[in-house]
Design a protein around this ligand. Structure first.
Ligand code: GLC
Length: 672
């Protein structure tokens, strides 16, 4: 059952897809003595819930901490900050959903484009306090199981985005590929080494002066032809699109947007000027429906050249500096010139520039035109990325109506999960971020972003051969498998580190898994379920399973337990029911044993992946030999990994992987 409580008048966010799913609506006054199930409303409007000792608090989507959110405080405040560490309270997404699993079981969803704060046992371990803005809609979700509550959330906010099947292939990326030659070299190397690959991502260097929707004709001459050449090789080019539009008369996107009044303005009506990669920029006002259509239509410049996938970046929106503040900062720094730069003075001076980025005051300095209203940005901040990527999705539907396209965004809020995936932004080449990747996958899935992934081997910092391999051992199970890194780091394509046979085997194993992954993904999306599942959802009665954060189920048949410590020769694994372990060096080469319920230290050499299949389940593997890209995968399976000898029934989803129609009629019952 879904109950709705309205506080004030929230600006429509577009998060709710099916308002009819709500059983009852009440309009409440903030801070009144009104009864809300489970919560006490404090006089200042905060929502208070007393946590039991055993309660697990799931939710909040993209955040730097665990699956169980207890013991920290969080914000929904979309922020671009590459320093992803445990101290962070917000990342790029605002996913205002919590699921309390314990003495009571219920979920809440706060529909608001503004900042929300959560204290989940941070001040007091047994207190959950939600600090909402003045205007918001609160949905209380009551269900019998965790999964049922999640399904209610999805019923309310709509089904998850469906990517094309080729988007389950491997993609290589680097902020640093500067020309068609660079891209060709990468593809050639992967092909030579027979490492399957489907996508090469194009970061900002493909553009002319970092201008979105342009292609540098010198570095990428005859782009359409180049795209065709790559397509013939089985490679899709996936360009980045940035939110900031460069101020440059003569650049059609800038000229047209200016003429039509489609950029955000300051209180006095003049353009809001900020700096990101291209230098001085303006933001497209994608909250204005007309501007959104116009922005979405810009993608045609690239779809006309044959492009079928995009990643939308910098759409929190990220601000390196604003013109106004930069003007103030220079004289302030200059004033330090005659002073003795003692440590304190020096750090103060450094901060004058350092604090310019993402300054909260700047987010109050520009406006959107929503219908007849002018709305200050901070009132709608958390849906900017969503609106920008929705505009893209709509544009892509107009441009390529017959095909599913690949689209993922850095910034998001619940609602965008209907139109796009997300990636987790600028992570770090650290072993701890392998584990963070697994947790993020679970958390993003709960928020509806089934198609999601992290930069495998890490974006910031230098990857090492063993890190790349261990990370890939996790990445092969997650929908968005992309190796991406910053230009300031060691090159980390999977052919850079030696051990080529091992990397090849892992990538081939990924391709052998694709029919299963795609099947489980589509079933999860079509049934409003989860693709990556925490153990607590699979074994709700098992107190030990509810605490496991470094293992997960991928679909219904496979439990994974990645190694995420350097130099580890294996790891402890909790086996929650009898399972068969496959210690896999490739799709063909593995050893196997049956494990009863219990805790084990399981050996896993650097090139070995641990795969667990419970009794009664089966993992079908396709033939990956000779497969260069997804399109080479042949129907049927080469082998089935299962617990015992007896045949197991499996519901297999299979379609053409491309057309927009998808549905349960594509499910066949197989005996494996
Ligand atoms: C941002 C993105 C990153 C990209 C870089 C340059 O930091 O998160 O993925 O490589 O910008 O475009």
């Amino acid at each position: 059952m879904i109950l709705k409580y309205q506080f004030g008048h929230v600006l429509p966010t577009g998060a709710v897809y099916c308002p009819e799913a709500v059983a009852k609506t009440r309009v409440l006054k903030r801070g009144s003595a009104a009864q809300i199930p489970h919560f006490t409303m404090l006089p200042d409007g905060q929502l208070f819930y007393r946590l039991g000792d055993e309660d697990v608090v799931y939710g909040l989507g993209e955040q730097a901490r665990g699956i169980n959110k207890r013991g920290w405080h969080y914000e929904s405040l979309n922020t671009d900050d590459p320093n992803q560490n445990e101290g962070r309270t917000a990342l790029y997404g605002a996913h205002n959903f919590l699921l309390i699993d314990g003495a009571e079981r219920f979920g809440i969803f706060l529909d608001t484009p503004e900042k929300v704060e959560y204290d989940i046992g941070y001040t007091n371990y047994d207190e959950l306090v939600v600090k909402p803005p003045k205007d918001y809609d609160l949905y209380v979700l009551e269900g019998e199981s965790d999964l049922e509550i999640l399904k209610l959330l999805r019923k309310l906010t709509g089904p998850s985005y469906l990517p094309p099947k080729w988007a389950f292939g491997f993609g290589q990326s680097r902020w640093g590929y500067k020309s068609a030659r660079d891209v060709r070299k990468i593809v050639k190397k992967y092909r030579e080494l027979q490492m399957p690959i489907d996508m090469v991502y194009m970061d900002i260097d493909y553009m002319e002066d970092y201008k979105s929707f342009t292609v540098d004709a010198e570095k990428f001459p005859k782009f359409k032809k180049f795209n065709e050449e790559m397509a013939a090789e089985g490679i899709r080019l996936i360009p980045i699109i940035d939110a900031g539009i460069k101020i440059q008369p003569g650049y059609p996107v800038y000229d047209e947007g200016t003429e039509k009044g489609y950029f955000c303005t300051k209180a006095d009506g003049t353009p809001f000027v900020l700096g990101v990669w291209p230098g001085r920029c303006v933001f497209p006002d994608v909250l204005n429906p007309r501007a959104a259509v116009w922005f979405g239509d810009q993608y045609k410049a690239l779809t006309d050249a044959g492009v079928r996938g995009f990643w939308n970046d910098m759409n929190e929106p990220s601000i390196f500096y604003t013109e106004d503040r930069l003007k103030e900062a220079f004289p302030r720094v200059a004033a330090y010139e005659d002073q003795d730069p003692g440590a304190v003075t020096f750090f103060e001076m450094r901060d004058v520039m350092g604090r310019l980025s993402n300054d909260p005051a700047d987010y109050k300095a520009f406006y959107h035109q929503i219908g007849k209203k002018r709305v200050r940005h901070d009132k709608v901040h958390n849906i900017y990325g969503q609106k920008l990527t929705e505009a893209a999705a709509e544009g892509l539907k107009r441009a390529v109506p017959e095909e599913r396209t690949l689209l993922f965004s850095r910034s998001s809020s619940i609602g965008l999960h209907r139109e796009s995936g997300i990636w987790f932004g600028d992570n770090i080449s650290w072993f701890s971020h392998i584990l963070m990747n697994l947790k993020s996958a679970v958390n993003a899935n709960m928020a509806g972003f089934l198609y999601s992934g992290a930069d495998v081997a890490g974006f910031v910092g230098d990857a090492t051969p063993d890190l790349a391999m261990r990370w890939l051992e996790l990445g092969i199970f997650l929908p968005l498998l992309r190796n991406h890194s910053s230009r300031y780091t060691r090159e980390q394509e999977f052919f850079r580190f030696g051990m080529e046979a091992d990397f090849r085997n892992l990538l081939k194993l990924r391709y052998a898994l694709i029919p299963y992954l795609y099947s489980e993904f589509m079933k999860a999306a079509l049934s409003d379920g989860l693709f990556v599942r925490p153990l607590g959802f699979m074994y709700p009665e098992d107190a030990r399973a509810r605490r496991v954060e470094d293992q997960a189920f991928i679909g219904e048949c496979v439990m994974i337990a990645p190694v995420y410590e350097q130099n580890a020769t294996g790891r402890y694994v909790y086996v929650p029911e009898p399972m068969r372990l496959f210690r896999m060096r490739s799709a063909e080469d593995y050893d196997t044993e049956v494990l009863q319920k219990g805790e084990y230290f399981i050996e896993a050499a650097l090139n070995e992946v641990l795969v667990f299949v419970p009794k009664g389940k089966a993992l079908p593997l396709a033939k990956a030999e000779g497969v260069r890209s997804v399109r080479d995968l042949k129907p049927g399976f080469e082998r089935v990994l299962k617990y015992g000898e007896t045949a197991v029934s499996y519901e297999f989803y299979e379609d053409d992987g491309l057309s927009r129609e998808a549905g349960p009629d594509h499910v066949r019952k197989l005996k494996l």
